[in-house]
Design a protein around this ligand. Structure first.
Ligand code: HEM
Length: 626
């Protein structure tokens, strides 16, 4: 046989084996998996070659997207996962469908969910993500499996302990006050009336980007924010270029969109790398951790270049990927959580009032600390109810790495399991007849007493892969809501359309279909109280009785004068940003303050621009011996 014939035979063998392989994936496997489940009584929509059940799913989704819900309705399942309501009514609550070529077993039973999520033997792993998702979300904790996951989780866990996070409340408050200052200015600039609308989801996304940059990067947070900004652009590009059916290898083609994605990815990685190099070049002394006590410092300390150090190690690329992962996992979820909490507080003003009272009782009008936040019981109950009804992550996914039996159910290898939190969280079987209603009081005796199944609330997942950032999310949430309630009263914009939707795996609010997409509820915020709350300190220095009054801001209004002239009395305390300031107009008190010779009342710190204007060393600005 000549060379040519040998090559022909080899090529034919390769082609035939590829064809057989394709037939196995496209025809044989769907047939075998369907049969395996049918034999166990689990049915589902039929499989179409290549598209699986996707065509029907898309049709159901299009219909669901066409209508907005009544704002009083929290029954969002049909809108966000319409395939569940349609197919569960036909095939029962556990059914099989085909996401293209991927078999998906849909479950909404908390007992089954518990078994799958708590599995420690690495049988149910995270399904392989699309290459574009890996690019923007980072190959970090949420996506990796096995020993790599174990090593990363062990290193990152100390950064998220309550004690560590407690020290970060001040930083979180600084970020929040800066956002609320902008809200205040927005409200003051109102030319017409006292109410201005704020698109809260965007605001909370920016806020969480700031807070996570603080938590993860500490002192390098400005550069960290830059990296996150590029990462957000990367996420948008990846989302725009992704399709339902992925063609393997297409991510390597030099298309204009791929080239743009590669550039952004390089920028994210270079920025993160330069932050890490900066830390490596200037280690700190006196810190318990040489490279900082924040998440980045803890990860750098585990770098594999430090061979002498015991314990698990990380490579430089792994730290970069993990930094990306924490941002993506934490920022959209917590922004969604805050947005829906605020939505519910607008819908239920009586709860808004109760929470404000609790906040003012426990934290007064100052910047709260972690101990004060721990006392906010009603806030906690409202948070749990918000996470139950509007869970930011509405579905969890796992993939069987081998054939496995759970109870009587045999799950063939590679089957993807879809756990529908959104359904478990509002099932009457576990939550009673008012399952679809807002009732924070169900949590009055704690989470364990609220439902008929201990795992009916899975807002942060369950088992070894439970959310590592849940304490951070709750603390950031409490800080933000406290500072908002101290300053603003909230109501829902009449423009708001109740259109919850899952976008990039997170529950957000979509706008009405059409060119203008409103991605979140709009709020009408009415400022109440001098920016926003005024306190009258009656009998300064003795009784600290605080009383509150409501005011609305207009453009023509000079704040301080107005407070004075109206009902706050001639001596009152207001917050100048984060600085408590006492306003006095009593000449007797003024004489005492101004004539004080012991240096007790010195000049306030002026901005540096004043130094240029008045001279740094001139009488106007100098204090003390000088
Ligand atoms: C309200 C806000 C949040 C919600 C509802 C939420 C929800 C979840 C859920 C359900 C999981 C488990 C996913 C699964 O089992 O497949 C998870 C995992 C994770 N979350 Fe969160 N999360 C929130 C905030 C955060 C924050 C603030 C961070 C960090 C900054 C974070 C970082 C992570 C990471 C790294 C994982 C993967 C853990 C692992 O696989 O070991 N999350 N989150």
């Amino acid at each position: 046989m000549g060379y040519l014939s040998m090559i022909l035979v080899a090529v034919t063998v390769v082609i035939v084996s590829k064809i057989l392989q394709a037939c196995r994936i496209v025809v044989w496997r769907p047939y075998a998996v369907t049969k395996c489940f049918t034999n166990q009584g689990i049915m589902g929509p039929s499989y179409s070659i290549l598209s699986g059940s996707l065509d029907e799913m898309k049709k159901l989704r299009r219909v669901a997207m066409g209508t907005a819900l009544n704002t009083n309705s929290h029954d969002i399942t049909e809108r966000v996962i319409p395939h569940f309501t349609t197919w569960s009514s036909q095939y029962g609550e556990t059914f099989l469908y085909w996401y293209g070529l991927q078999a998906r077993l849909f479950i909404s039973d908390p007992e089954l969910a518990k078994h799958i999520l708590s599995n420690k033997s690495n049988i149910f792993v995270k399904p392989k993500a699309m290459p574009t998702a890996e690019l923007f979300a980072g190959k970090g904790l949420p996506l990796i499996n096995g020993l790599d996951w174990f090593r990363h989780r062990k290193i990152a866990t100390p950064a998220f302990t309550i004690d560590k996070l407690k020290g970060m409340v001040k930083g979180m408050a600084t970020c929040t006050v800066s956002m609320l200052d902008n809200w205040k200015n927005h409200a003051i600039s109102s030319a017409d009336d006292q109410c201005r609308e704020i698109e809260v989801h965007g605001e909370f996304k920016r806020l969480m980007a700031d807070i996570i940059a603080h938590t993860a990067f500490g002192s390098s947070f400005v550069a960290g924010k830059e990296a996150f900004k590029a990462q957000l652009q990367l996420q948008q590009c990846c989302a725009a270029s992704s399709t339902d059916t992925f063609i393997p290898g297409s991510q390597y083609l030099p298309t204009p969109s791929n080239i743009h994605i590669w550039k952004l990815d390089r920028k994210v990685k270079e920025t993160l790398k330069s932050i890490i190099d900066g830390r490596l070049n200037s280690p700190k002394t006196g810190n318990s951790n040489r490279y900082g006590n924040d998440l980045l410092g803890i990860m750098i300390d585990a770098l594999d270049i430090f061979q002498s150090r015991a314990g698990p190690k990380l490579k430089m690329e792994e730290i970069i990927e993990e930094s990306k992962a924490f941002f993506v996992a934490g920022h959209g979820t917590t922004a969604s959580f805050l947005t829906w909490t605020v939505f519910l507080l607008c819908k239920y003003p009586e709860w808004q009032t109760k929470l404000r009272e609790e906040v003012l009782n426990e934290c007064s009008v100052g910047i709260p600390d972690a101990d004060m936040l721990a006392k906010l019981k009603l806030v906690n109950m409202v948070f749990l109810e918000a996470l139950r009804l509007y869970c930011p992550v509405i579905r969890l996914f796992r993939q069987g790495s081998e054939d496995t039996k759970i109870g009587n159910l045999m799950i063939p290898r590679d089957t993807c399991i879809e756990i529908a939190l959104v359904e478990i969280h509002r099932s009457e079987k576990y939550w009673g007849q008012d399952a679809k209603e807002f009732n924070p009081l169900r949590f009055i005796n704690g989470m364990s007493q609220a439902a008929k199944h201990p795992n009916a609330l899975l807002e942060f997942g369950f088992g070894p892969r439970t959310c590592i950032g849940q304490n951070l999310a709750m603390l950031a949430g409490k800080t933000t809501i406290t500072l908002i309630l101290q300053r603003f009263s909230l109501s829902l914009s009449p423009e708001y359309k109740h259109t919850p939707i899952e976008h990039d795996d997170i529950l957000i609010s979509d706008g009405p279909t059409g060119p203008v997409m409103k991605l979140s509820p709009k709020l009408k915020e009415q400022l109440h109280k001098p920016w926003a709350n005024a306190i009258i300190l009656k009998n300064m220095g003795r009784s600290h009785t605080l009383s509150f009054m409501t005011m609305k801001l207009t453009q023509k209004w000079s704040l301080i004068g107005k407070w004075h002239l109206t009902d706050l009395g001639e001596t009152f305390l207001y917050m100048h940003g984060m600085e408590p300031t006492i306003y006095i107009s009593d000449p007797e008190l003024a004489t005492q303050v101004l004539s004080n010779k012991s240096g007790f009342f010195s000049k306030v710190q002026f901005p540096s621009s004043f130094e240029t204007l008045f001279g740094k060393l001139g009488l106007f600005l100098l204090t003390g011996q000088d």
